[in-house]
Ligand binder design. Sequence first.
Ligand SMILES: Cc1cc2nc3c(=O)[nH]c(=O)nc-3n(C[C@H](O)[C@H](O)[C@H](O)COP(=O)(O)OP(=O)(O)OC[C@H]3O[C@@H](n4cnc5c(N)ncnc54)[C@H](O)[C@@H]3O)c2cc1C
Length: 426
Amino acid sequence: MAWDFSTEPEFQEKLDWVKEFCEEKVEPLDHIFPHAVRVPDPAVKAYVRELQQEVKDQGLWAIFLDPELGGPGYGQLKLGLLNEVIGRYPGAPQMFGAAAPDTGNMEMLAAYGTEEQKERWLKPLLNQDIFSAYSMTEPQGGSDPSLFKTTAVQYGDEWVINGEKWFTSAGRVADILFVMCTNGMFIVPRDTPGVEIMPEPRNHNHIIYRDVRVPLDHLLGPPNGAKVLAQRRLGGGRIHHAMRTVAQCNLAFDMMCERALSRESHGKIISDHQMVQEKIAESYAAIKMLRLFVLETAWKIDNTSTQDARTEIAAVKFTMAKVLREVSFNALHILGSLGTTDLTPIQAMYATAPTMGIADGVDEVHIATVARRVLRDYRPHEGNFPTEFLPYKREEARKKMQPVLDARPELAAAAEAYQKYLQRRR
Ligand SMILES: Cc1cc2nc3c(=O)[nH]c(=O)nc-3n(C[C@H](O)[C@H](O)[C@H](O)COP(=O)(O)OP(=O)(O)OC[C@H]3O[C@@H](n4cnc5c(N)ncnc54)[C@H](O)[C@@H]3O)c2cc1C
């Protein structure tokens, strides 16, 4: 029997190690040095390197990459189980060499880079000696790539890039930028003349690329291959976000339950009020459904490919955003006034929940994708009535059962009697 929801003991040991490591080392560091991985102070850097070495010693570094791409190759299902733990701690993905936007960029480099490009950029990215950003969205259009205008033109032994990008996360602090042009994906060092980073927004940058010149070998993948590379990058990224979203939902749920058992109102612990129970039970069921859907999708990717699991990935993408919105709202509400402050993680989680429905493609586009792909397996019915129209079904049933009725006169008599009874009742 192949259906099995258990985790093999050796891998469970790894998960237990990750949980303890995150609780004992990553979470404390997060509170003392948020974004520790990017802090330039040598003392902090040295401590971060020590922790990262512990992760490497466990064979858990860059866990999102397959062996042929330079990672340990746990596959997406195991990665999902790991992300369910590390997604709870903001600094943990970087401690495991598995933080966006670098992960997607590394995946593109690993899959499409030449040996020279991998040596030059993938290795230092994997080691976190450098960081990257991804420049795709443009001010005039995000959801529809056909509206993108940034283009590279070849002059002699250089590409000259012109265009404008919007919402390049961490572009300001990146060493290299992956720039999606209408005719290919290009790697641009941030300090290249002509890369102009606007003062606002601060974290997701607006960047003008004005006559930016890069050598020919800065084209990643084939000419005109940007869409294929982007799909590869975003497909993986979406399921990884979903895995970490399960962790965030679990955190919200734990906070909700603890509070429900700790607070009194109108003569009862609030968990005894039915409307609080409803929020808890519905959140529980929603998280369970999301988790199973994420893991099943991860399993499908492992057994087929990201391309074959496109419908599931798109459906997971908008479902996780919805579940996070609902569960973080329920948790915030049960925490009352405290939930609206920044004294717990819940307010920030609720405030950022809508971004999950926008980043990596807006919900509407994924919803339309799912509907379009699902409908490919259906055909319109003939005539005016659907296949499940009961008079048709009875007629068909009669035809299918006729040989049985012919062979068993007593069954045929019973069927006739029953039909008469039904007619009398109508
Ligand atoms: C936190 C975060 C991080 C991001 N990081 C990056 C990054 O690193 N690099 C990068 O390039 N981009 C990044 N983005 C941008 C992201 O890719 C875009 O926001 C996204 O593609 C949507 O584009 P848009 O914001 O221009 O919205 P629009 O495309 O303008 O859409 C706005 C609204 O219009 C409606 N709409 C649009 N299209 C359809 C449709 N087909 N059917 C029905 N309704 C529709 C929806 O209601 C949608 O929410 C990030 C975004 C967020 C929120």
